[in-house]
Design a binder for this molecule. Sequence first.
Ligand code: AMP
Ligand code: MG
Length: 349
Amino acid sequence: MITKVYKAFNDKIDKHEMEDAIAVIKNGGLVAFPTETVYGLGGDATNPEASKKIYAAKGRPSDNPLIVHIAHFSQLEDIVENVSSEARALAEAFWPGPLTMILKKNDKIPYETTGGLDTVAIRMPNHPIAIQFLKESDCMVAAPSANLSGRPSPTTAKHVYDDLDGKIDVILDGGAVEIGIESTIVDLSEEIPTILRPGYITLDEISRVVGPVKMDPGLVKEDENVRPKAPGMRYRHYAPRAELTIIEGEDKKVVVKINELIESATQKGQKVGVISTEENKDCYIGGEVISIGKKDDEDEIARQLYKVLRDFDDSNVDVIYSEGFDTSGIGGAIMNRLIKAAGHRIIEV
Ligand code: AMP
Ligand code: MG
């Protein structure tokens, strides 16, 4: 299959190219498109064959459900059993935006889309190209991140192309995304709203709208016996090819420790990568150092994270050492991704 890439100028895709992408999705094909979080790999959410193609293209386990993207609130009402007052209030507060809600599905959405679950994940993205594509196609689009399963999520069309060229019909290229980490997932199918995946919208922000909210116990690493409720959070995800280790602690000690690690890895003949904050980037004695942004600029760190991991894949380093980041605000979501990418290898200094 030839993968067509349609590039936007000023957030506008050429009319005929958009028409082609719409024809593809309506006919059960796959279209990758930009959202404000990461690129999504879209197929018609009501078409079981399209969902199967998504799993096949990504190499994704078929029990890992997809998020359904919509452009109108009425589409939510159309596919769930009951729209709770919490769902209404959260949509009012955060849609379009990086919040995914989980509700009991009705039979318009096939089990192929929900990985066999009776619930469905839904979100209204906040990106002009995504919204235009959803509105003009009049499709509800099931879309997980447009990467090969296990690789970092794509934040540019090139990342999508690198992973999925020849496996999907169309890529809508809207340039680099705004946020860079996936949406917050909140499960409204249970008594107390529960965060299944941290993201740009924080627990506190959600709690201000709906009252008490809890964090999925499966996300707290201490208890290895409790599995995360979102199937996708159970896999080793976001993994760079090199072994990644996070070094956490007081800033100066972190730099000293990373320099020790650089020295010993280099002696062993290993090629080293370092993920550094902008402030520390000149403090390292060797290795390939990539600055991820200023310490207190969480938005920039989130935007750069997956790109930095992919850049290190391209430069074929053997080991990566990363500074740890603050966990306030969206820092929690950033560290959640980084810790998964590191397979929980953390050194405290
Ligand atoms: P991705 O689109 O790659 O960000 O992956 C979607 C995420 O949403 C995965 O972690 C899924 O496991 C999760 N998800 C989607 N639908 C559901 C659902 N009905 N219940 C729990 N988790 C879900
Ligand atoms: Mg993903």
